[in-house]
Design a protein around this ligand. Structure first.
Ligand SMILES: O=P(O)(O)OC[C@H]1O[C@H](O[C@H]2O[C@H](CO)[C@@H](O)[C@H](O)[C@H]2O)[C@H](O)[C@@H](O)[C@@H]1O
Length: 263
């Protein structure tokens, strides 16, 4: 099996204790669903992450969700070796503790103004994540058309409030600037003294983390969790969260076959 792996993956299976496995939540660990509050980790996710968490240096879930939400929806508490970098890296959950900076001062104004901006569009939902606000168009009659119509007014509000616009799958998010998944992953790799890295993601916000893998100087692999909604270049393309689970299980198999379990 390992002979089929690209070099970056073989570096991970040969020296798992030095490996960081980074993974996005929605669309990668959890199937995409119409209502963000219904998203839950893939049925195989906890078992697969538990295997990997015991085998590799660390598993970092890097997500736009609040860290505590990813822990809850992912049933991540208690999985060994897992750290959650939430809000694109502003927040961190580790060993049952969340650390996060104070909310950005522009959020109050954005929270007050957003309902007026989205009011003309049926089916648009505002997800209030406390430290960011996500405007979802997936359940609108014309999700892409509404997304395009909202881009300019939301960008204007971002400029007025000092927030940044984070685009994603049928979502425009207003969030604090100065952090992205690439910065978060890069800092985590340095903190852990990683010797290899994999990052799996499915959305525009994950591209920065793919770039962090490429510029890390480490043997690394980028994995795109593919769907009909988006195409992004990566070393390995798998079929959504099902494919991510299969790939992660095959990595765990290969490490175990090499007898390198550190647990
Ligand atoms: O970084 P992620 O973990 O991928 O989070 C990115 C955004 O994911 C969520 O929205 C996406 O998933 C929803 C549930 O499947 C889906 O309904 C929506 O269309 C997607 O954009 C989440 O709701 C956002 O807050 C995250 O920022």
């Amino acid at each position: 099996m390992t002979t089929d792996f690209p070099d970056g993956l073989r570096a991970i299976t040969a020296d798992p204790a030095g490996a960081v496995i980074g993974v996005d939540f929605d669309g990668t660990l959890a199937p995409i669903v119409p209502d963000p509050a219904d998203a839950r980790i893939h049925p195989d996710g906890v078992a697969v992450l538990t295997r990997l968490g015991r085998l590799v240096g660390a598993v970092a879930v890097v997500t736009g969700r609040p860290a505590a939400t990813a822990v809850e929806y992912g049933s991540l508490a208690g999985i060994p070796g897992v750290v959650v970098l939430g809000h694109y890296g502003f927040e961190r959950w580790e060993a049952d503790t969340v650390t996060s900076p104070p909310p950005h001062p522009g959020l109050d104004r954005a929270r007050a103004d957003l309902p007026r901006l989205v009011e003309p569009f049926d089916g648009v939902v505002i997800e209030d994540k406390e430290r960011a606000l996500a405007v979802h168009t997936r359940r609108a009659h014309d999700p892409q058309g509404v997304l395009v119509a909202l881009r300019d007014p939301i960008t204007e509000l971002a400029v007025e409030t000092g927030l940044a616009v984070e685009p994603g799958k049928f979502v425009l998010e207003l969030r604090p600037p100065g952090m992205d998944k690439g910065m978060a992953l890069g800092a985590f790799l340095r903190e852990r003294g990683a010797r290899s890295v994999l990052f799996a993601g499915d959305d525009l916000g994950d591209i920065a983390a793919f770039e962090a893998v490429r510029t890390s100087g480490l043997p690394g692999v980028t994995v795109f969790s593919g769907s009909a909604e988006l195409e992004v270049e990566a070393d390995i393309v798998v079929d959504g969260p099902d494919g991510v689970m299969k790939l992660f299980a095959s990595i765990a198999d290969a490490i175990e076959a090499g007898g390198t379990d550190r647990a």
